[in-house]
Design a protein around this ligand. Structure first.
Ligand SMILES: [Zn+2]
Length: 297
């Protein structure tokens, strides 16, 4: 029995002291789970900031992690439709299946933007339940933190007081950071940006910025020469202040548009770990705002 436990620990190196194993689809949810769960949880992120969360493979190493998870936290709203259902199925772990307490879709805790009136795949890789990239509105993080804390309390009632206390502390620190960000981001109001994918929509809505176009001709489709030519023309009539892209986007198209129009191309962290300064959720917003303010001048 001892030997079996040792082997398990060797193959699935979750810290032995952790009460709960959390499998987060994206780095932002692993960061949030660690904020709320403290040393009662071990949070694992299935993807890094350099990986496009739409396009992940349900690799055996991820399936092994899911097999031992007590809670899965993902953006949901079909962001992970290409890999999460298979991963959950292959895990054989009843605790984390859709509809169980061990399955949490962050986007369900917030109001989603861009819910399509008609779902037509000809319009690209659109998400029928709305835009799933909900983490870039800092107000959404506060709501999702509450939903996550409630779920931790539900599945690990023995540590309920601990989770509630940490959630309250995070809520206070977040509220004061939000005040600061609201003040700092004021000059971004009305500033037009060209995005790569529609993954900045929640930040744009929060800050009052304006999306002047997207490098993808349709969501999920790579930029094409014809579409870029059309964007260059559009920038003559309606110039943007920046062309932005995420760490997992190919920066070539952004640079191409930037060279042809003189509009700066700016890499944004997108999530925790996306830049050196985006070390945690606080750093993610600090750095995103700072980089955009640099372009808005
Ligand atoms: Zn998307």
């Amino acid at each position: 029995m001892k030997r079996a436990l040792f082997l398990l620990a060797a193959f699935f190196p979750w810290p032995a002291f952790a009460a709960l194993n959390i499998f987060a689809c994206e780095p932002e949810w692993a960061a949030l789970a660690q904020e709320i769960g403290g040393d009662k949880v071990a949070a694992f992120a299935a993807t890094t900031a350099r990986q496009d969360p739409h396009r992940i493979e349900a690799r055996p190493s991820l399936i092994a992690r899911a097999r031992n998870a007590d809670l899965v936290v993902c953006s949901g709203s079909e962001l992970e439709i290409g890999w999460l259902p298979l991963l959950l199925q292959q895990s054989g772990n009843a605790r984390i299946q859709r509809g169980s307490p061990g399955y949490l879709e962050a986007s369900q805790a917030v109001a989603r933007l861009e819910i399509p009136k008609v779902v037509d795949r000809a319009l690209g890789d659109i998400h029928p339940s709305g835009n799933p990239h909900v983490h870039l509105d800092p107000r959404n993080i506060a709501r999702i933190a509450e939903a996550l804390a409630a779920r931790l309390v539900q599945i690990d009632a023995a540590n309920a007081a601990y989770y509630r206390e940490r959630a309250a502390d995070f809520g206070r620190r977040w509220a004061s950071a939000l005040e600061k960000w609201t003040r700092l981001a004021a000059p971004l109001k009305g500033v037009a940006v060209v995005v790569y994918h529609k993954d900045l929509s929640y930040f744009i809505a929060w800050s009052g910025m304006r999306e002047a176009g997207a490098l993808e001709p349709k969501p999920g489709l790579p930029p094409t020469p014809a579409h870029l030519a059309e964007l260059i023309e559009r920038m003559k009539r309606d110039p943007a202040k920046a062309v932005v892209f995420s760490p997992f986007n190919n920066p070539e198209a952004a640079r191409f548009l930037s060279e042809r129009t003189g509009i700066p191309a700016i890499g944004l962290p997108y999530t925790v770990g996306g830049t050196d300064k985006a070390k945690d959720l606080f750093g993610l917003f600090d750095d995103t705002i700072e980089r955009l303010l640099g372009a808005a001048k």
